[in-house]
Write a protein that binds this ligand. Structure first.
Ligand SMILES: [Zn+2]
Length: 302
């Protein structure tokens, strides 16, 4: 698997060749090392993975799959380390997890490969159950599986690639005033029927309350999606981190716009599959939804 830089991303064919070359792996005495932060993450966390080269070696490429992310994209930092973010799915348990990467390094003109791994002692996280009831007309949305699936695939298609460097800086902010009404990860039943774990955090606020970009980025989707999300904005923050804002009454940005942290991007509304006005705020690493508030608390940085 490649990692991305501004100037020289690896071609996908080279990435595949690298991933296929397991039998020729050389484990040298001075291997690269793999570190994760937080050291003891829990399901729902964004996990920062950093590869440190051994002295005198230069990292060329890294291949990794972790949890539900088949191909973890790595990005080069100015100091020569490479870093990735991985979403730890909310439906997993704590205990020992192992993250493993195939690392290609150069030293004195010679390229070798190493397998590096680290054992991650994960904590358990308890997510409460929440039960809603909803009128028949709104609840009918739940059975429109084809429309829900096609809308999901459409949103995914806008998030296939991310800018190869951070477009954010500094602290992440909660994107709207209001009260937290349904937390990330809750196990939800609507009219007694399983509706999945909550992949975002809900902020209850009156229609028209401003919604701000949680940090700097580039708008990759801004439109009305009829099946579920209503008026929706998606921002790519770079390095595979995205924020999503659903059910808006108004959108103030268009695809391609660069936005700054705190810039107004729309207003709270009740469009799409909702019971009342609120902001549904998601943070995703690739397609993996993670707990939005940890960005604010932890200050996730590249
Ligand atoms: Zn929600």
């Amino acid at each position: 698997m490649k990692f991305h830089t501004h100037s020289s991303p690896f071609s996908s064919s080279r990435s595949l060749a690298l991933l296929g070359a397991l039998s020729t792996v050389t484990v040298s005495a001075s291997a690269a090392t793999l570190k994760v932060s937080p050291a003891a993450p829990q399901p729902g966390d964004v996990v920062t993975v950093t590869v440190y080269p051994a002295a005198g070696e230069r990292l060329v490429a890294v291949g990794m799959s972790a949890w539900d992310t088949a191909t973890v994209p790595f990005f080069r930092r100015p100091d020569g380390l490479v870093r990735a973010f991985v979403g730890f799915p909310f439906d997993r348990s704590g205990g020992a997890h192992t993250l493993r990467a195939r690392v290609q390094v150069q030293k004195n003109g010679t390229t070798t490969e190493q397998i590096v791994s680290t054992r991650v002692p994960a904590r358990d996280r308890y997510y409460p159950t929440q039960r809603f009831s909803m009128g028949g007309k709104m609840a009918a949305t739940m059975s429109r599986t084809a429309a829900l699936r096609s809308e999901k695939l459409y949103v995914q298609s806008k998030m296939k690639t991310s800018y190869s460097a951070p477009l954010w800086s500094g602290n992440w902010i909660v994107p709207s005033a209001g009260s937290a009404s349904s937390a990330y990860g809750r196990k939800r039943y609507i009219n007694g029927k399983w509706w999945g774990q909550h992949n975002g955090s809900d902020i209850k606020a009156p229609t028209g309350t401003p919604v701000y970009a949680t940090n700097g980025g580039r708008v990759v989707l801004s439109e009305h999606l009829t099946a579920l999300r209503g008026n929706c904005v998606v921002i790519d923050h770079g390095c595979n981190i995205f924020s999503l804002y659903l059910h808006l009454s108004r959108r103030n940005v268009k695809v391609g716009d660069r936005v700054a942290r705190g810039q107004k991007i729309g207003a709270v509304g009740a469009t799409g599959f909702v019971t009342g006005p609120h902001l549904h705020w998601e943070m995703r690493v690739g397609w993996e939804p993670v707990d939005p508030y940890q960005f604010v608390r932890r200050g996730v940085q590249f």
